[in-house]
Design a protein around this ligand. Structure first.
Ligand SMILES: *Cc1c(COP(=O)(O)O)cnc(C)c1O
Length: 396
């Protein structure tokens, strides 16, 4: 099997597993308990918080543990919305290609009377600081722009967007779930007020994440109950998962440059190989993208069939994000970068990981080429394209 879906989730690293085991076996105390056995878990938790903070240039008290990226996104946006509301500022800026954890939260706020501006994304999959500057109004309470897109892997100019927001006095949140462990993060240097992370995207366990919030930002409590996480997120802390997350993040951040050095040539070989398939195109900028992300559209192909036949060949891939697969709507991300509906349906995302080899990449190129050729040979839609009944969208 070739696992080429690291944007959906990653394998737990050995280091992360080892860091978790003691807290599932012997050290199972509750960090809120007053006796020494509980306090031992509390100490471990606070040590993990400090190590995670150090990985992103933050202070330990600016780190709140959540159940993952989705919850962190929800909490960040609701925090800014409540703060804005108090001052009568009910305008939020985001982009058309955010993760649904952001988009659906904004949709809810819209129903509560907030005005949402979703910035268009350029054809290359990048939003500019100028667009953000132009969209900011007197009553803007939040700008939320993702660091790297989960489908097409494009990387946004986060530091520059953060600088625009800071200058205008508007809170800036970034969903850095896809970026963490692949791109350097420094919340101070990058002018970030709030940032979301999810451990299972960087070889940590599932169901745990982080919301960074700059000191002075009073977080909105989204889970009420006990006083854990300074009263901002109730519930007994998932100590093993936090320990695994801290270990995974430290490992990934330590290896960012060496992993990129290894992954980028593999990614570019895969892009070149798939680019040989007629009437295909890479989605998003060729350079400004995550080291492991390859996203293509193929004319005359139905993405679901492509995935099923690749599965038969032992390839785990995705048509876009795992969250929307199963629905027949084309990806909002591909529509946002201007792909027409019929092309957006024929999409494929291959996200490579640190275990991916040169031989895997050669196999992927062969397998995708074969499957695309086969599916086209059976497609009435493709026949119309070949006969000229329908115009091609891409060039050969
Ligand atoms: C995976 C992902 C999320 C959701 O994270 P979970 O921990 O699975 O809730 C949010 N944003 C982006 C960009 C993602 O890729």
């Amino acid at each position: 099997m070739i696992y080429a879906d690291n944007a959906a989730t990653t394998k737990l690293s050995k280091t992360a597993l080892q860091a978790m085991l003691p807290y599932m076996e012997e050290l199972y105390g509750n960090p809120s308990s007053l006796y020494a056995f509980g306090q031992k878990a509390k100490e471990a938790l606070e040590d993990a918080r400090a190590r995670i903070a150090a990985c992103i240039g933050a202070q330990p008290r600016e780190i709140t543990f959540t159940s993952g990226g989705s919850e962190a996104d929800n909490q960040a946006i609701l925090t800014a919305a409540r703060l804005g509301q108090r001052k009568g500022n009910r305008h939020i800026i985001s982009t058309a290609f955010e993760h649904h954890a952001v988009l659906h939260t904004l949709e809810k706020l819209k129903q509560q009377g907030f005005e949402i501006t979703l910035l268009d994304v350029h054809k290359n999959g990048i939003v500019t600081p100028e667009q953000v500057a132009q969209a900011i109004r007197e009553d803007t309470c939040l700008v939320s722009v993702m660091y790297a897109n989960n489908e097409i892997g494009t990387v946004q100019p986060i530091a520059e967007i953060g600088a625009v927001c800071r200058e205008k006095g508007v809170l800036f949140h970034t969903d850095a779930v896809q970026a963490a462990g692949h791109l350097h993060i420094d919340v101070e240097k990058q002018n970030i007020d709030m940032l979301s992370l999810s451990a299972h995207k960087f070889h940590g366990p599932k169901g745990i994440g982080v919301l960074y919030a700059k000191r002075g930002i009073p977080l909105e409590c989204v889970i009420s109950g006990g006083g854990q996480e300074r009263g901002k997120r109730a519930g007994t802390e998932n100590v093993p998962a936090v320990m695994g997350m801290a270990a995974a993040l430290e490992e990934a951040c330590r290896d960012i440059d060496s992993n990129a050095e290894k992954l980028i040539p593999l990614r570019d070989r895969l892009i070149a190989g798939l680019g040989q398939i007629p009437y295909s195109e890479l989605n998003g900028d060729g350079e400004n993208r995550l080291p492991g992300n390859v996203s293509f559209c193929f004319e005359g192909i139905e993405g679901e069939s492509l995935l099923l036949l690749l599965d038969d060949k032992g390839v785990c891939a995705s048509s876009g994000s795992a969250c929307t697969s199963g629905s027949l709507d084309p990806s909002h991300v591909l529509l946002a970068i201007g792909r027409p509906h019929e092309v957006a349906h024929g999409s494929l995302r291959l996200s490579l990981g640190e275990d991916t080899t040169q031989a895997d990449v050669e196999y992927l190129i062969r397998a995708v080429t074969e499957v695309v050729t086969y599916l086209r040979s059976m497609s009435p839609f493709w026949r119309d394209l070949v006969s000229g009944k329908r115009p091609h969208v891409f060039s050969e």
